[in-house]
Design a protein around this ligand. Structure first.
Ligand SMILES: C[S@@+](CC[C@H](N)C(=O)[O-])C[C@H]1O[C@@H](n2cnc3c(N)ncnc32)[C@H](O)[C@@H]1O
Ligand code: SF4
Length: 411
């Protein structure tokens, strides 16, 4: 049995809101109001979990730089765990020099900067509420500070592919690599969440041809880039959809990773367990102990799900094999049925022919006997007539002709 001694991924958010309202945002802003900036005590409790985590998103769903104490939060990460830490930012709230310096010395694994375009007009269209000059000033100061510090975290850039920036992508990647310390450009499709305006998605969609043309150009590109396609449905989506319908409900799910999502209020959810798993970290005296215990239970869950899946797949395989045999037999039966049907038709045709022939034969026979009988009568009559004639009309030809005339006879 594989023992999980760590959560693979942990998504924490130091804030619960954002300074922007991007039209494609994964968050449904109509359901989110107010904001809780993580407080010192909650942060302390969350950071106690670090030994149990393989990687730790300091911020994922919201915007971390709007936290008034972001600098202190960065500095609060124990150095022995800093290599697990990463986060994503829109870089559109003016960063203080203190935050830039703290980030530069943080030892974090890497930092993602969302950058959809270096064209101010396209940028501001995508990042609703942002000002390109503020973003650009942050980018310039951040990269200047990082470029003179060998230990500064690597920078990655995330770009939401869309109709307005697709032609700019090769140049954007080149620019990020040459001027803004990019170690990776991530190109993403948009997760088509139900709350995102369908009209906007349609208007910003890219044709497969344009995307293919882009891959063609990027194929031999010297800079690192990757494409993440969120358009595809995963086993994860299918599992959660299946829970909606009791008839379709799947009994197992092997998560791609064991993960935690922790809100800025300190509410933790187990990423593969869905809805009902909510734990308030603030109420725990020993968050490390509690989540270690939960991890052990997770491991059992995952192991059991794996067994069920294996069993299920084996049964499915047997059912498929049986189905193949049944199909072969059905084909053989249908071939035989066709040939029986054909033979029956042939037999009926032959039987009909036989009866027709017999009937014809009977007619022929009857005609033949009739003819025979006719011939015989004629013969008897003829010889009778001959003998009587001979007897009566010998040497009396006048009598013979008058009687013949009377009787309407020939010779
Ligand atoms: C949810 S945001 C939070 C961090 C920060 N506010 C930002 O935008 O950079 C994290 C990343 O997800 C991207 N993102 C937002 N909505 C998305 C969607 N519907 N599909 C895919 N990625 C999305 C953002 O562009 C950003 O790079
Ligand atoms: S900046 Fe990030 S969190 Fe804010 S609205 Fe845009 S995508 Fe959403």
């Amino acid at each position: 049995m594989e023992i999980h001694d760590k959560y693979d991924l942990s998504f924490f958010d130091v804030t619960g809101n954002c300074n922007l309202r991007c039209p494609f945002c994964i968050n449904d802003w109509s359901t989110i109001s107010g904001n809780t900036h993580v407080n010192e005590r909650t942060l302390e409790n969350v950071l106690k979990l670090l030994p149990l985590l393989n990687s730790f998103y300091l911020s994922c769903y919201f915007e971390p730089t709007i936290h008034p104490d972001f600098e202190s939060i960065i500095k609060a990460i124990p150095v022995e765990h800093s290599k697990k830490v990463l986060f994503t930012t829109n870089l559109s709230r003016k960063l203080t020099d203190g935050v830039i310096e703290a980030l530069s010395n943080s030892g974090f694994n890497y930092i993602n900067v969302s950058l959809d375009s270096l064209n101010p007009e396209v940028f501001e269209k995508m990042r609703k509420g942002a000002r390109f000059d503020v973003f650009y000033d942050n980018l310039r100061r951040l990269t200047e500070a990082f470029s003179v510090n060998h230990g500064a975290p690597p920078l990655r850039y995330i770009t939401m592919l869309n109709r307005h920036n697709i032609d700019e992508i090769p140049e954007l990647i080149e620019n990020c690599a040459s001027n803004y310390l990019s170690t990776m450009n991530e190109l993403r499709t948009i997760v088509p969440m139900a709350h995102i305006d369908k009209g906007w998605i349609k208007e910003n969609d890219i044709t497969d041809e344009r995307r293919a043309a882009l891959w063609e150009r990027l194929f031999n590109f010297p800079h690192k880039w990757m494409f993440v396609d969120y358009g595809k449905r995963t086993e994860y989506d299918e599992f959660f959809d299946s829970l909606e319908d009791p008839g379709e409900k799947m009994i197992y799910f092997v998560p791609p990773f064991i993960g935690l999502r922790i809100s800025s209020e300190g509410i933790a959810q187990l990423s593969h367990m869905g809805i009902e798993s909510r734990y308030d970290i603030n109420k725990m005296d020993d968050p490390y102990g509690v989540f270690k215990e939960i991890l052990a239970l997770h491991s059992l869950d995952v192991e059991r799900a794996r067994e069920l899946k294996k069993n299920h797949e084996e049964k499915l395989k047997i059912i498929e094999e049986k189905n193949e045999i049944i199909t072969d037999k059905n084909t053989a039966i249908s071939i035989r049925d066709t040939s029986i049907a054909n033979l029956t038709i042939e037999r009926e045709a032959l039987t009909n022919d036989k009866y027709n022939l017999a009937a014809e034969m009977a007619t022929i026979k009857a005609t033949y006997f009739y003819m025979l009988s006719q011939n015989d009568t004629k013969g008897i009559w003829r010889s009778f007539r001959h003998s009587v004639g001979k007897l009566l009309f010998k040497n009396n030809s006048a009598l013979k002709s008058s009687i013949k005339k009377f009787l309407h006879l020939g010779k």
